[in-house]
Design a protein around this ligand. Structure first.
Ligand code: B12
Length: 345
């Protein structure tokens, strides 16, 4: 069966009819379906695994440990899950991805889970309310939800030319990222919509960077940007690259998930002064620290190692030989500091 496909059994003209459908389209057409039809929808454990990203083992363990999910059994004694249970599992999965523990979230009723999702993202309009161009951002969010990527690109390019690269990155893109992430936690945005958004934003940020003057020969610091394996988020990195390029730094990016040893090789071959990495909370804290300690030991002592992003561990306590950045605001001053240190004998 195709991904997310489920079995709908409907009574049609007195006969039982089996219909294959996806949970996505059932959700979208939900209002058109009557309660009897919805009650008849059931998913196999394999379909639930595909739909939620929760493994069959996890589903069975939770059933034993927390009494949820509580699947019915079909004629063959196999587990079958109602649409309501799958909806709740999707919310649970989002909260787990955002860092909550199963013991805390799985036993909660759906209303409490939704409340927890709201608390997890903080203020209801976190990203939007703080942005000077909040009405523009609301419009951009609506374009993502409408899947109008052509209009989104045009709108972002308009904001880029209105605010300039620096303000565009910190005042338009940063709050929009927060708003998109929050919408996903709340279940108002799907992962494929995050992908659509990322693709458009990458094009616009690359265009912004390409439009900046080339650094003069001999300008520094030369910066190599990347993320390590396990960290798929590259927008923070691209935003950092835009700010660095605006400061006149020659930048090289290997994109996301470059093996540690390749970063060492690239840093040496490209004669960079700084290696700059991005981390979100998706990379386990121990992995962040271990990787940074290992990389620090493998890089020449004179080469700076910068680490930015929302991974909490970066900002908890300093890692020797690593400079951490919680936002992009301090980046220009740090570039100046690097230049001043190089200029002084
Ligand atoms: C787009 C996006 C995706 C895209 C990424 C595509 C890509 N090529 O980048 C896709 C769809 C692939 C994705 C996947 C996932 N994502 Co995602 N994603 C996002 C989103 C909306 C923006 C991504 C991003 O790059 N953020 C990172 C940067 C822009 O933000 P930042 O870390 O706060 O960094 C700031 C500064 O620190 C600085 N900075 C960042 N890096 C650097 C580097 C340097 C050198 C410097 C100086 C500064 C700096 O710049 C930023 C300024 O705003 C965020 C929402 C958010 N709030 O960020 C979620 C988010 C990061 N994703 C999240 C999650 C949970 C996931 C998934 C597990 C599930 C999902 N949402 O699909 C998977 C990961 C799968 C895996 N293999 O691990 C969570 C992480 C939660 C946590 N535990 O911390 C977030 C925060 C959403 C949320 N609100 O929960 N995601």
């Amino acid at each position: 069966m195709h991904r997310n496909e489920i079995t709908l059994s409907q009574e049609v003209g007195g006969k039982r009819k089996i219909v294959q459908d996806s949970t996505e389209s059932v959700r979208q057409r939900g209002l058109a379906l009557n309660d009897r039809t919805l009650a008849a929808i059931s998913l196999s454990i394999a379909a639930v695994e595909r739909d939620t990203g929760l493994s069959k083992d996890t589903l069975r363990v939770w059933e034993r440990r927390y009494g949820f999910p509580a699947p019915a059994r079909d004629g063959l004694g196999e587990r079958v899950y109602s649409l309501d249970q799958v909806e709740k599992l999707r919310v649970v999965k989002r909260l787990l991805d955002a860092g909550h523990r199963p013991g805390r979230v799985v036993p909660l009723p759906l209303a409490d889970l939704q409340h927890l999702a709201d608390q997890t993202v903080g203020q209801p309009q976190r990203g939007l309310a703080s942005a000077p161009a909040s009405s523009d951002l609301r419009a951009n969010l609506a374009l993502i939800r409408a899947h109008d990527m052509t209009a989104l690109r045009a709108e972002l390019l308009r904001l880029l030319s209105r605010y300039g690269v620096g303000r565009f990155v910190t005042e338009v893109v940063a709050p929009l990222n927060l708003a998109v992430g929050d919408a996903w936690i709340r279940g108002q945005m799907e992962i494929y919509e995050e992908h659509l958004y990322t693709e458009v934003l990458q094009v616009v940020l690359h265009q912004a960077i390409a439009g900046l003057p080339e650094p003069a020969e001999g300008d520094g610091p030369r910066v190599l940007l990347s993320t390590l394996p396990g960290e798929p988020h590259g927008l923070g990195l691209l935003m950092a690259q835009a700010v660095l390029a605006l400061e006149g730094c020659p930048c090289l990016s290997t994109g996301v998930q470059t093996p540690l040893w390749d970063i060492v090789l690239a840093a040496r071959a490209c004669r960079v002064d700084i290696v700059a990495l991005g981390f979100t909370g998706c990379t386990p804290p121990n992995q962040v620290v271990d990787n940074l300690v290992e990389l620090r030991a493998k890089l020449p002592p004179g080469l700076a190692l910068w680490a930015g992003g929302s991974a909490p561990v970066l900002h908890r306590r300093p890692i020797e030989g690593v400079q951490s950045f919680a936002t992009l605001d301090t980046l220009p001053a740090e570039v100046q500091r690097w230049r001043a240190a190089r200029a002084s004998p």
